[in-house]
Design a protein around this ligand. Structure first.
Ligand SMILES: Nc1nc2c(ncn2[C@@H]2O[C@H](COP(=O)(O)OP(=O)(O)OP(=O)(O)O)[C@@H](O)[C@H]2O)c(=O)[nH]1
Ligand SMILES: [Mg+2]
Length: 448
């Protein structure tokens, strides 16, 4: 995609399939002329819904809305044709538009044009994609905030402070002998700290932000018969996994998507872990369980409280990192065979049969992931591309601060500050390589 914006593009903007209406979007200098060719109407009024009859390969009654440049999604003339939502018809309209001179849009090309025309920055363009692909309300709200410019604003504030500092650094470089003191040498380090602070604040939200955007993997492990599949079914809200009283019932990994307080959780049920597997199938199931747990954001270790803890339980408890696990004491409706204090760690007592402790467990899962609902704002930064660039900008500023503290020449400080600023500009897209744009917009669907 050579990022041409001189031609006119067309695509179906609504999802594939049948619906009450379907929308074809046309953007570019010829949008209005093509709309006239399709409908036989000589002109349209901006921002007015106009009833037309389409008369080409696609015959239909439709509503045409013209958003005249620059007040449109892409910044170009945009024509939206709302026809009946039939794939045959909508494809016909696209073909007619192409016959009249439009080109089929690439994935994300409408949003790319909005970015290239300065209607939105890159963070906002990426937010459009996140908003469209959100599967939980929290994901949608977080993406919406970014579309509204929350992250853009924070980056702009940080960059404004750096702009001011680098201007003064440059000025004192330009007039070295003349006694101009645009920057007080002793103050540069502390000014840099003031810029690093808000960056740190943003980065602290990054882990939670990424979990909100990308979802979290939560794996259930435990000894055979501990009640893993029962718990899995209860959290998933569906009888997905087979439950029996025969140890070794679950052999393979089972995964289910669950919305937990707005966080998209992939919940994984696994084969019970024990010292001596009964056969090769169970051994393979156990190997898969271990590798799933190793990759998980969080592991639920299920121990059956109604039976004495055995070697297998202890082996498992000591093999899972405490920071990323929750111990679940299952079958809390039955008489306890051991006191919780034996564990020397906090555990959640749960009984699926008696519906006990499940809400506490759900809350604990979010807490342990760092996503506790009560002190959760929508995270400002969620996208790994942004996090990575921000971390690199921070590293450059730390280096600038060290250089300044060591009273090294100002131009070294200025070079690091310039580096940090160019990294920040890559986040918003003020300065961005073409291949970054390809990587971002190729993930969009056609018509966006
Ligand atoms: N009383 C009681 N029984 C439970 C509870 N949870 C599970 N069970 C019983 O425990 C037995 C084993 O349950 P599963 O969920 O299949 O256990 P599992 O850990 O998946 O077992 P494997 O797949 O064999 O590793 C079944 O008979 C369940 O009905 C509970 O909360 N209370
Ligand atoms: Mg099971």
């Amino acid at each position: 995609m050579p990022f041409s914006t001189t031609d006119t593009i067309v695509a179906i903007a609504t999802p594939f399939g049948r619906g009450g209406i379907g929308v074809v979007r046309i953007s570019g200098p010829d949008a209005v002329r093509i709309g006239s060719a399709l409908s036989g109407r000589a002109s349209f009024e901006p921002r007015h819904a106009t009833f037309v009859r389409l008369g080409g390969a696609a015959r239909d009654q439709a509503i045409v809305t013209w958003f005249s440049s620059p007040a449109s999604y892409t910044g170009e003339d945009v024509l939206e044709i709302s026809a009946h939502g039939s794939p045959v018809l909508l494809n016909g309209i696209v073909r007619d538009a192409m016959r009249a001179g439009a080109r089929l849009a690439e994935p994300g090309e409408f949003t790319l044009r909005a970015y290239l025309h300065g209607r939105i920055d890159l963070v906002q363009a990426e937010a459009v994609q996140d908003l469209v692909s959100a599967v939980t309300p929290l994901q949608a709200r977080t993406a919406f905030d970014q579309l509204e410019g929350t992250l853009t604003g924070r980056i702009r504030d940080i960059d404004a402070a750096l702009f001011d500092l680098s201007a003064r650094l440059e000025a004192s470089l330009d007039f070295p002998g003349e006694g101009y003191h645009f920057v007080e040498p002793g103050r540069v380090a502390s000014e840099l700290s003031e810029v690093i602070d808000p960056i740190d604040k943003l980065l602290r939200q990054a882990r939670a932000g990424r979990l909100v955007r990308e979802g979290a993997q939560v794996v259930i492990v435990g000894r055979p018969n501990a009640g893993k599949s029962t718990l899995f079914n209860a959290l998933a809200g569906a009888g997905r996994a087979i439950v029996t009283d025969i140890p070794g019932t679950t052999r393979d990994l089972l995964a289910e998507s669950v919305d937990l307080g707005g966080v998209a959780i992939t919940l994984v049920d696994t084969a019970g872990l024990r010292e001596a597997p009964a056969d090769a199938v169970e051994a393979e199931g156990m190997a898969r369980a271990r590798s799933a747990a190793a990759l998980a954001h969080l592991t639920l270790v299920v121990v059956d409280r109604s039976r004495p803890l055995d070697e297998d339980d202890w082996a498992l408890l000591s093999s899972v990192d405490e920071a990323t696990r929750i111990v679940v004491m299952s079958k809390a409706d039955l008489r306890a065979a051991w006191p919780e204090a034996i564990l020397k760690t906090r555990a959640v007592a749960v009984s699926v049969t008696a519906d006990l402790g499940l809400d506490t467990l759900r809350r604990r899962i979010l807490d342990t992931l760092g996503l506790a609902e009560h002190h959760r704002d929508t995270p400002a930064i969620t996208n790994i591309r942004h996090v990575d660039l921000l971390e690199r900008a921070r590293a450059a500023l730390m280096q600038a601060r060290d250089t300044a503290s060591a009273m090294m020449p100002e131009e070294l400080v200025a070079a690091d500050v310039a580096e940090a600023r160019s990294l920040l500009e890559e986040i918003t897209g003020a300065r961005t390589a073409d291949d970054t744009l390809h990587a971002i917009f190729d993930r969009f669907c056609i018509g966006k």
